[in-house]
Design a protein around this ligand. Structure first.
Ligand code: PLP
Length: 414
């Protein structure tokens, strides 16, 4: 191998520093510099898409450089083996880090493409319609997922959608519709509408008391708030990495409780390498063995189909390490006073808050009286957030935001 190329590869692979070797970053004022977007604008839109840190950007750039100038898949070159080992080691560590983040086992985590595909894998794998069961959900679940349930309803599935009361879900409303035929309660952990942290423990208790299971869409929580799937009684969960996990679209996780894998949720899509044991496929077929062989995947990996995105997984590896180094409790301690200040001061400026008081999430949503004028003020002040559903203004606060960002927002809206 030419020296230049060898040096390049070893620098790319040297990035495999184990998480524990990195210093913890407990000083929030230093976090801001990790996110160059803070030099460009005031960004309060991480609930839509989280900016990438310099660390994740570096990992992606190194990989893109490798793809640009160094890619080879030739079997007689040592590189493919080394890159495959590197990729596999990354995926193992990612599985472990994400499992740790939500208090699951690595064998309970599958790599999938999106949050919604995770929910679909669970619902399809449970085959609820065939068993005559019903699904209970609520209107603060993600809108596309509600659409998916509506489509299933047309197909004959019994779906019960509980409506919110003044932007919270009353567990008594769920109790009224759950019955012995309920197979699944599906909900967001944190609502993408108003950031409501739903009472998932009460929902899972309700589900389990009726022999049903609990699915949680955790995309607006993972990376931003503490999540303990065991303590919350969550049986299945999914999330993409492009929000609070500081990753890319197209790379996501599915959590399936160990004892429910393959039994309650059957895989409905299949993958895996096939071995043909006959000529001309095999130069030396084993006459005593079947023509066709495949090693089945075990654990949650049985729900995985196809290759995962290398660039997204290298990005995610850095981001998970970064989140671990910051610590979820430190992240919450940094974000909480910022959202609390917005909660206190924006109503006095005429913006009604539709996020409950004391809510433990990084999202606060307000109603605006004049959405067009508000959009114009935000544009002039170079502030990015989500304005939608006619009159809602969603503010999402992350690790790189600070008190000056909040000052600028309050000034712009005053
Ligand atoms: C609560 C919630 N669920 C699901 C999604 C969509 O996620 P994905 O693209 O991973 O399916 C979003 C995206 O905004 C969301 O906010």
């Amino acid at each position: 191998m030419p020296v230049q190329r060898r040096e390049f590869l070893s620098s790319w692979m040297a990035a495999a520093v184990p998480a524990q070797a990195l210093a913890p970053r407990s000083d929030p004022s230093a976090w801001r510099a990790d996110f160059p977007i803070t030099r460009e604008r005031v960004y309060f839109n991480s609930a839509s898409e989280h900016p990438i840190s310099v660390h994740s950007a570096r990992a992606m750039k190194e990989y893109v450089d490798y793809l640009t100038t160094d890619l080879t898949r030739a079997e007689w070159v040592e590189t493919p083996k080394r890159t495959a080992d590197f990729r596999d080691a990354r995926l193992r560590e990612i599985r472990t880090m994400f499992a740790r983040l939500i208090n699951a086992k690595p064998s309970e985590i599958a790599f999938i493409k999106s949050t919604q595909s995770g929910e679909n894998l669970v619902v399809n794998g449970m085959d609820i319609r065939a068993s005559g069961g019903n699904v209970v959900t609520n209107d603060l679940h993600y809108e596309s997922c509600l659409h998916s349930y509506k489509m299933r309803q047309k197909d004959g599935l019994d779906v019960r959608i509980v409506k919110n009361r003044d932007w919270t879900i009353d567990i008594r409303d769920l109790e009224r519709v759950v019955d012995r035929k309920t197979k699944l309660i599906a909900t967001t952990l944190v609502s993408n509408v108003n950031g409501l942290l739903q009472d998932v423990k009460a929902m899972s208790d309700l589900a389990h008391a009726h022999g049903a299971y609990l699915f949680a869409d955790i995309i607006q929580g993972a990376g931003a708030i503490p999540i303990d799937v065991k303590a919350l009684g969550i049986d299945f969960a999914s999330c993409s990495t492009y929000k609070w996990l500081m990753g890319l679209r197209g790379f996501a996780y599915l959590y399936v409780r160990e004892d429910l894998q393959g039994r309650v949720v059957k895989p409905t899509e299949f993958s895996g390498g096939v071995r043909f044991n006959y000529a001309p496929w095999s130069s030396s077929p084993d006459t005593g063995s079947p023509d066709f062989g495949v090693t089945p995947r075990t654990g949650a990996a049985q729900y995985e189909v196809g290759n995962v995105s290398n660039v997204a997984s290298y990005c995610q590896y850095e981001s998970l390490q970064y989140i671990e180094r910051l610590g979820i409790e430190n992240i919450r301690a940094h974000v909480r006073p910022l959202t609390e200040r917005l909660r206190k001061q924006l109503p006095a400026l005429g913006y009604r808050c539709i996020t409950p008081q004391g809510n433990e999430s990084p999202i606060v949503t307000f109603q605006v009286k004049d959405p067009k004028a508000t959009a114009e003020r935000l544009r002039k002040a170079n502030i990015e957030l989500t304005l939608r559903f006619g009159n809602q203004m969603r503010i999402a606060v992350s690790v790189f935001n600070n008190a000056e960002d909040v000052d600028r927002l309050l000034q712009a809206l005053a």
